[in-house]
Design a protein around this ligand. Structure first.
Ligand code: HEM
Ligand code: HEM
Length: 484
């Protein structure tokens, strides 16, 4: 039986203050821990930078005069740390945890998994310092300069290889839906990434390729890993099978069929061929099918679980992630309607949609997994009161952010549609920008409590009652598929 000390000692791979023991990088779950805790670290960093940006948008003198802290440099750093630091690493932490359990097979190489996480961290740090020093490639979602951009591509291949090799050697032959989503992320993403970052096209062709890649970065890489995590933890949190495996497959295959072709909706009304726009708008509207399937499936699974919701903060975060995923996706489908896009493109409405997706779905998903991991895997008790504060601060902050940006976006779109001067709306949207910064601060305070709670839980371990059914890690039967 592995002791709590042994189980948590892998955490020193990221947070040296937690333990002074040597760095074990080849024990089970050590790769998962390194990815997960790195993701949480980057989450706080990207939010801090987001907050600085938010303040600069209504008080431009803030931190003025330092070139590295100029808005134009901080914004791409915020985005790249958000995508590659926080979300990729957080969800890869969950993925490295899920794959050995879903396949009933040890990870192909824990050592490779941990080393790629470390290399990814250092490379991302170097790439972002490059952007701050003014070496950005200057194209959205591919700003990280050479050679660090290419290194990410190599690491993505190493990660995919490690996970894929485990899956091909699996002992459990049946493939649970989470594993389908993981395969959908790891097989094509190395190709998308290379295409986007090594593209030698120029002009409008380059824009179309770039959006094909960027959209798949959020859709096929981050969203699928997020959904895989929710499909894994929610049935365990509610102690019952998924509402419907058939619906989960309808959701999976329609998402796999339509999501990759959504990229063109980012250039609606741009100088691109009409067929590119029409095809991507059609695929975006068709995304209603997987969104609806997810809505019904998680809704059905969650039905009647109000008691669990009240007492289990981790489950509440899962539900928040689920609701925001559905909300962001329906909102995105609306934004892809060409007449609405004409009004709302270039406004804060896109920023509201993006943050409902990332802060509403991405952040709570990683948090839900982390609390789940502390309890179910390490069998440690975290502070319930800190977690409650964390939940309410996060929820209030997300609502404040999305509502303020949504109203501001609608107002801007309406003013521009009526032929108003952009300067006018800049003054009008001032209070909404202040409200967004306050909301960002509230979210960030919540995450500081979260990080403190995690560090305290590991540093001063209080074991959970192992006989407690609620926290049991026994196998859970989800209809005909066993996940452990
Ligand atoms: C405290 C939380 C956060 C705050 C205050 C914040 C703030 C901001 C601000 C001010 C912008 C620039 C908006 C503009 O150019 O008009 C932005 C953009 C962006 N943020 Fe955040 N952010 C936060 C969290 C996150 C997180 C966790 C992610 C995760 C990936 C993220 C991803 C993005 C992306 C992708 C954009 C670019 C959106 C676009 O170009 O349409 N943000 N954020
Ligand atoms: C059915 C699902 C979705 C559809 C159809 C969709 C649609 C759209 C559309 C039409 C835009 C362009 C808005 C504009 O610039 O005028 C957009 C932007 C964006 N969406 Fe979504 N969305 C979906 C889900 C999501 C989710 C779940 C996330 C995050 C996890 C996300 C992240 C983003 C980002 C980051 C951008 C901004 C890109 C940029 O301009 O820099 N989307 N989406």
């Amino acid at each position: 039986m592995t002791s709590i000390k042994e189980k948590t000692s892998g955490l020193v791979t990221l947070i040296p203050i937690i333990s002074s023991e040597p760095l074990p990088i080849d024990q089970p779950d050590s790769a998962s821990r390194t990815w997960l805790f790195s993701g949480i670290f980057w989450m706080s960093v990207t939010m801090l930078i987001g907050l600085v940006e938010a303040v600069k948008l209504f008080y431009p003198e803030f931190l003025q005069g330092v070139p590295a802290l100029a808005y134009g440099r901080l914004r791409p750093v915020h985005i790249n740390i958000g995508m590659f630091g926080f979300m990729s690493m957080g969800y890869l932490g969950a993925t490295f945890y899920m794959v050995p359990r879903l396949t009933q097979t040890p990870l192909f190489s824990e050592r490779l998994g941990s080393l790629t996480a470390w290399a990814w961290n250092l490379n991302l740090l170097a790439g972002c310092l490059g952007i701050l020093m003014g070496f950005s490639k200057g194209k959205e979602y591919t700003e990280i300069p050479f050679p660090f951009d290419m290194a990410i591509g190599l690491f993505v291949i190493a990660i995919a290889g490690n996970l894929f090799s485990t899956i091909t050697q699996r002992r459990e032959q049946r493939i649970y839906v989470s594993l389908w989503y993981i395969l959908l992320a790891i097989i094509p993403f190395p190709i998308y990434y290379t295409l986007g970052n090594a593209s030698k096209f120029s002009g409008i062709e380059d824009a179309v390729i770039n959006w094909f890649y960027s959209h798949n970065l959020f859709g096929i890489w981050l969203t699928t890993l997020g959904l895989a995590t929710l499909y894994y933890i929610v049935p365990k949190q509610v102690h019952k099978p998924l509402y419907s495996h058939v619906i989960s497959f309808v959701g999976f295959w329609t998402l796999a069929a339509f999501y990759p072709w959504n990229g063109g909706h980012h250039v609606i009304w741009g100088p691109v061929p009409m067929w590119v726009m029409t095809a991507s708008v059609t695929a975006s509207i068709a995304m209603f099918i997987p969104t609806f399937a997810t809505m019904v499936n998680f809704g059905g699974t969650a039905w009647g679980t109000w008691d669990i919701m009240k007492r289990d903060v981790s489950y509440r975060f899962s539900l928040l992630a689920y609701l925001c995923y559905v909300g962001a996706s329906l909102w995105g489908t609306g934004l892809a309607v060409m007449s609405l896009n004409a009004k709302l493109h270039f406004t804060n409405m896109t920023i509201a949609h993006v943050h409902l997706g990332f802060v509403g779905f991405g952040v709570p998903g990683v948090i839900a997994f982390t609390y789940f991991y502390l309890e179910r895997s390490l069998k440690l008790k975290y502070s319930r009161s800190m977690a409650e504060w964390h939940f309410w601060l996060t929820l209030i902050g997300i609502i404040g952010y999305v509502v303020s940006m949504g109203i501001s976006g609608w107002m801007e779109g309406s003013a521009w549609e009526a032929g108003g001067a952009p300067q006018g709306t800049m003054i009008d949207r001032y209070p909404y920008h202040v409200a967004r910064a306050i909301s960002g601060l509230v979210i960030l305070l919540g995450q500081f409590l979260f990080v403190g709670n995690v560090i305290q839980t590991i540093n001063y371990p209080v074991p959970l009652e192992t006989k407690n059914e609620e926290h049991s890690t026994n196998n859970l039967q989800t209809q005909n598929v066993t996940i452990s």
